[in-house]
Design a protein around this ligand. Structure first.
Ligand code: 0L1
Ligand code: MG
Length: 256
């Protein structure tokens, strides 16, 4: 393990290059001992590089929102990553698989933030800052070899965020306990929105807390991907679709 100062810029560049060149990289934890604070700082630098290339921020995503995943990683806190316009795919649109190293897709609930949120305001009511909710899917693509990473690794790697697609926006509503169906080729995954912290609305509260501690901005128009409602399925060529009961349908086509 290292005792030297963490090279934030160098590690952000390494993860950024892995994403841009579609080439995996070993877990940082193989050779380094980074803290969770270090990991969020690397993530910020990584996002800074994307912004310097002209990408704009479109929102945030939560990960480790299922009890099973938290237990697997030995953690009790959700993680937050950032979304950019370069990751957005239109509903019914196509995405080239060549953009990714080993993509997987998962069903999500998306919220839209209607006005800027000041996480330091003790009176802020995060639920009232949301004006819409939609079915969504996230494509995750760890930049680490074989999807093998630690808790701090995955935070540094922007929580495996790679792309996302949002279905039709609906008015704000209770989306707890909705049946979820994800289909990718011949594979089907059934689940419930209850897998997202018991109720996806809890993801908004968890986000507010993390955004205050990690200085992650929440702006009007930002999308919040609340977390996965089932385990992820490898994304292959063809249609991937997700249905959320009473909320709607969202599709994307993977192109080989
Ligand atoms: O739920 C997620 O968005 C995944 C977070 C990162 C963990 C992974 O890559 O499996
Ligand atoms: Mg996700």
């Amino acid at each position: 393990m290292n005792t030297k100062a963490v090279d934030f810029t160098g590690l952000a560049a390494r993860l950024d290059e892995a994403q841009r060149t579609v080439t995996d990289t070993p877990s940082l934890a193989d050779t380094l001992d980074i803290s969770i604070d270090d990991a969020y700082r690397i993530q910020s630098e990584l996002i800074g590089r994307r912004r310097a290339r002209g990408e704009s921020m479109t929102g945030v995503k939560l990960g480790f929102t299922s009890r099973a995943k938290m237990a697997q990683m030995g953690v009790s806190e959700v993680i937050v990553g950032r979304l950019t316009d370069n990751m957005r795919i239109d509903d019914g649109g196509e995405v080239a698989l060549s953009r990714f190293i080993h993509p997987k897709i998962e069903p999500e609930i998306a919220y839209r933030i209607a006005r800027d949120v000041d996480p330091d305001d003790p009176l802020v009511d995060i639920e009232s800052c949301v004006d819409s909710v939609a079915p969504a899917m996230e494509i995750i693509d760890s930049r680490y070899r074989d999807f093998r990473f630690t808790y701090t690794d995955v935070v540094a790697d922007n929580t495996s965020a790679a792309a996302y697609v949002i279905g039709p926006w609906q008015g704000p509503q209770d989306v707890a306990n909705r049946a979820v169906r994800l289909e990718v080729g011949a594979e089907t995954m059934l689940g419930s929105t209850a897998a997202i912290l018991g109720d996806p609305v809890r993801a908004l509260h968890a986000l507010l807390d993390i955004s205050r501690r990690r200085k992650i901005p929440l702006r009007a128009g930002h999308v919040v991907l609340a977390g996965a409602a089932t385990a992820a399925i490898p994304l292959t060529a063809g249609i991937a679709q997700c249905d959320i009961a009473g909320l709607g349908h969202v599709t994307v086509k993977g192109i080989a």
